[in-house]
Design a binder for this molecule. Structure first.
Ligand code: 3H9
Length: 694
């Protein structure tokens, strides 16, 4: 029974117990209706408390039910039944009160929260709006604009702010259940204070228009935020019951939208990546003392990420001066966390004195549980580092490389303990980016893989398992679709048009703006590295080499594809003549591309290579690719990731595009055999997320 009713003195106690997060599944909704009836019929009970077992109050509606036929009773009906009770009901909140969970609390007649409780309406992150009264009750309780801000930002609020805004009535100073029972006793005999009876706040057209304009600018293409504002404002102009109907209709419309399907796919995919059969039931190794080798951008970022997660870090640099620089870089990153309110200044000081050390001798790593190297990207240097680690690391220490493309099997071969070696590919800035590719080499032990995933969890990052290959999942796919994009520029497209077309599709940044950010030297070095193995028919972006040779390295030199003079990046009038010269040198007659063609070719190349990574096991499932592209490469979340997008688009259409393009270049445009097989079998990529591969 996920919901029970019992009495404590003169107070009825309704307990929800539906692990892991007390989501309002059909059984919980039906149980709540039953419990509300039992309380109403219990003449000895003068008030009631609703509380939750386990680690949290209700974290929302049961997302796994979305997209399936709805089952009665609906959550709005359950909340209405509780709100209509003739005796007061107190919500005793702890953990996270999110979405339908917060809406349930809003339907209670009073709210008390344990310290540390977080409250929010995250529905827009799932492509929905609060559909159980959130758009109608929250503004009545805390005011129109605070409510709209909370709904459209999906921001979670702490108890102090919630108390100030009137979202909760009290914060429990001691035991939450005792405090809630006392509150119920105080309210017993009083008429219930129903949120639905509070007057609707007056409309504020100016503030609402400013908010919707901001949303359109910041979240182009996304529909849920705007729909939430509209539903709230339209509904509040009507009596409560009609306002609820407006909300319901808008909720149902969003439930049917592709954006909802995409965002919920992203939600579950981000959780499914950690479910690996290889490490099921395998205990990770200890993970308290971390060693980092190299204090450059990546090493310092990794050290900061570990320190912010409460781990002890020793960072090795080659000499005292480099160690001092690394220490200053890490201190600066922690200072940034203080500025952003993520870390208190005294905690920062304690970290720098007690938890963080720099050293120049590898011997300082002798008691480290896990050591991550972030040194120069050549096999020779990696071999030296791993041979040294093999000498100093304690038995059982995990030895990790942060390489972004090198062969982890070859790196492991430099040690006498290849089972302990793994790739941990962080993304820059490492203390901010949530993605971590856990690169599992041929001989990596399962508990070492489990430790990589445990580290990600500790750092609040999303770990995705990747196999060994040049670029692993993300950089391998990137380099392929990047080749398609560069080919279009060689053939006549402007880099600015490409960036515009792809940001129009929803990418966070266009590929040429990304090049400028990363530095054009990075791409140049990659091309140098791959030159020896390049196929004669591979097309080389000669224009990128020319820019590099001119010292135009991107943002860091003030000039790359764009001009940077402090303000917004500006197109450079000298770029087009340079491109024209390159095309003339190569004998290419430039032609025009439409934005739609740019998107079509980029996505066809991206999907094709992504399917190959799944086919050869570099990515375990299509969903692993989606999580990588969403969290490391700025792919629009509301499109669910490239594999989800491809299914929604239709695999036959993508295959037809690739086949048509092969008439132009049958070297680059070769459909992945798995893509062809899936189309022939009438199957979707999503089917490969579960069960055996075809
Ligand atoms: C809504 O409420 C609509 C209403 O307005 C209207 C309705 C009419 N449902 O994240 P974790 C699973 S929309 C089903 O790893 P954490 C999750 O898949 C909803 N399952 O834990 C995972 O399963 P598994 C609004 C859910 O401690 C397990 O629980 N609410 C749900 O890092 C643990 O999850 C939200 O959007 C759910 N609602 O974080 C809140 N939530 O172990 C969504 C979780 O098999 N949830 N699961 O992989 C969260 O943000 C986080 O889960 C939470 C805990 C912060 C609660």
């Amino acid at each position: 029974m996920p919901v029970t009713y019992h009495r404590s003195g003169a107070t009825g106690v309704i307990t929800i117990d539906n692990p892991p997060v007390n989501a309002t599944s059909q059984a919980v909704r039906a149980g709540l209706i039953e419990a509300a009836r039992a309380f109403a019929a219990d003449e000895s009970a003068r008030a009631a408390v609703i509380l939750c077992a386990g680690r949290t109050w209700v974290a929302g509606a049961d997302i796994s039910e979305f997209g399936k036929p709805p089952q009665d009773p609906s959550l709005p009906d359950v909340i209405a039944a509780i709100e209509a009770l003739p005796k007061p009901v107190v919500a005793a909140i702890h953990g996270t009160a999110l979405g339908g969970g917060l809406e349930l609390a809003l339907g209670c007649h009073a709210r008390i929260a344990a310290p540390g409780t977080r409250m929010g309406l995250p529905e827009v992150t799932l492509g929905l709006l609060p559909g159980a009264g959130g758009t109608q009750r929250l503004p009545r309780l805390i005011g129109l604009m605070p409510a709209l801000e909370m709904i459209t930002s999906a921001r979670q609020m702490g108890t102090a702010e919630a108390r100030d805004l009137g979202l909760i009535d009290a914060v429990a100073s001691d035991d939450l259940t005792d405090a809630a029972l006392q509150m119920a006793e105080r309210l017993a005999g009083q008429p219930p204070r129903r949120t639905c009876d509070l007057p609707a706040p007056p409309a504020d057209p100016t503030a609402t228009e400013t908010l919707t304009a901001d949303l359109a600018r910041k979240l182009p293409g996304q529909i849920a935020q705007r729909a939430a504002v509209d539903a709230a404002t339209e509904g509040l102009a009507l009596p409560f019951a009609q306002g609820m109907e407006v909300e319901r209709a808008a909720f149902r419309a969003l439930m049917d939208s592709p954006q909802r399907a995409a965002l919920i796919h992203a939600f579950f995919a981000e959780r499914a990546v950690a479910h690996l059969p290889q490490i099921k039931g395998v205990d990770p190794r200890p993970l308290d003392r971390i060693g980092v080798i190299g204090g450059g951008t990546m090493g310092a970022g990794i050290a900061a990420a570990c320190l912010l997660a409460g781990l002890d870090v020793t960072l090795i640099e080659r000499d005292a001066a480099a160690a001092d620089t690394a220490r200053a870089t890490v201190a600066k990153l922690l200072e940034g966390a203080v500025t952003r309110g993520k870390l208190a200044a005294p905690a920062r000081d304690a970290i720098l004195t007690d938890a963080f050390r720099t050293a120049t001798d590898y011997a300082a790593l002798s008691d480290a549980d896990l050591i991550i190297e972030a040194v120069f990207e050549t096999m020779e240097v990696k071999h030296q580092v791993f041979a040294e680690l093999d000498r100093v690391a304690k038995p059982g220490a995990v030895l990790a490389t942060n390489t972004s493309y090198l062969d982890v099997n070859a790196i492991a071969a430099a040690t006498s303990r290849p089972a302990d070696v793994i790739g941990l590919h962080f993304f820059s800035p490492a203390h901010v980016m949530r993605l971590l590719e856990v690169v599992v080499a041929d001989r990596t032990a399962p508990e070492v893989t489990a430790t990589g995933f445990a580290l990600a969890k500790r750092l609040k990052k999303i770990a995705v398992r990747a196999g060994v290959c040049d670029g692993f999942i993300g950089n391998r796919i990137l380099s392929h679709y990047r080749a398609a994009v560069d080919a279009m520029v060689l053939d006549g497209a402007s880099p600015y048009q490409v960036d515009r077309a792809l940001t129009g599709f929803g990418f966070a940044m266009g590929p040429y703006a990304v090049s400028d950010l990363a530095g054009l030297d990075i791409g140049w070095m990659t091309r140098q590295r791959k030159a020896a193995t390049r196929h004669p028919r591979d097309r080389v972006p000669v224009f990128a080499d020319r820019l590099y040779e001119l010292g135009r390295l991107g943002r860091k030199s003030g000039r790359g594809y764009y001009l940077y003079d402090g303000g917004k990046p500006q197109p450079d009038p000298e770029l087009e003549p340079l491109l024209a010269q390159v095309r003339a040198d190569l004998g290419i007659a430039p032609r025009d591309f439409t934005d739609a063609q740019i998107v079509e070719r980029t996505m066809a190349a991206l999907v094709n290579e992504a399917v190959r990574t799944v086919a050869d096991g570099t990515a375990l499932r299509p969903l692993d690719v989606d999580v990588v592209m969403l969290n490391g490469y700025g792919f629009p979340r509301w499109r669910g990731g490239p594999m989800h997008w491809a299914d929604a688009q239709g695999l036959p259409q993508i295959l037809a595009q690739i086949d048509a393009l092969s008439a132009e270049d049958d070297h680059f445009w070769q459909a992945a055999p798995l893509l062809r097989d899936l189309v022939a079998q009438g199957r979707r990529l999503a089917e490969l997320n579960e069960g055996p591969k075809p």
